[in-house]
Design a protein around this ligand. Structure first.
Ligand SMILES: Cc1cc2nc3c(=O)[nH]c(=O)nc-3n(C[C@H](O)[C@H](O)[C@H](O)COP(=O)(O)O)c2cc1C
Length: 176
């Protein structure tokens, strides 16, 4: 494998979060600052965020709109971050939001945090729950926290948590 910066090599998406961990002062701001400095088409910055810390009102409103199976592990995350996009060109805005979330994820790794993103959730329900303006479209929820005990997960999730991660080989990805 070619060299990879440790910030990317150490990143992965767990479901086992430490239920006792709270984000330290400045960590939430640091995550959002990283997202804010992502590149975007014409520098439109078509992203918006909502961040809830475990058990606060925003966090609860986000959590209840995740599928039940995801709530079971996401409720141990220290924070839940909604990534939403806005503006006329939804496809391009969604691409830009993805860049912002990737920045957030790399910054999380630098802070010793882990992130698991979820896009399967009740978008309309979450928009209503957070009272979002009509042109702000939630697309992703990122669960952020410190690694927890995988053996606290139910058996099916434990198996997935400890399975080998894989990627398509580079030659498969290259079009020419
Ligand atoms: C855009 C996006 C959507 C995802 N949606 C879900 C999801 O709905 N539920 C889930 O458990 N994981 C979700 N994931 C996590 C992926 O399954 C995970 O990133 C992938 O399996 C690769 O594993 P790794 O991040 O550990 O390298 C999502 C990740 C991304 C980037």
């Amino acid at each position: 494998m070619a060299d990879l910066t440790p910030l990317l090599a150490f990143r992965w998406s767990p479901r086992a979060f430490d239920p006792g961990n709270e984000l330290r002062p400045g960590e939430a701001a640091s995550l959002l600052e990283a997202a804010r400095w992502a590149p975007s088409a014409e520098n439109r910055q078509p992203w918006r965020f909502a961040l809830g810390h475990r058990d606060d009102d925003t966090w609860k409103r986000i959590l209840i709109n995740l599928p039940g199976g995801d709530q079971s592990w996401a409720r141990h995350a220290s924070a839940l971050v909604v990534g939403a996009h806005t503006g006329g060109d939804a496809e391009r805005a969604a691409y830009d939001l993805g860049q912002a979330m990737a920045h957030l994820t790399v910054q999380a790794t630098a802070l010793g945090l882990h992130v698991r993103q979820v896009t399967r959730f009740d978008r309309a329900g979450l928009a209503t729950e957070l009272d979002l303006p009509g042109d702000v479209r939630p697309l992703v929820v990122a669960a952020v926290g410190r690694l927890g005990d995988p053996y606290a997960l139910p058996p099916d999730l434990l198996a997935r948590e400890t399975a080998l991660r894989h990627r398509h080989p580079l030659p498969f990805l290259l079009l020419r």
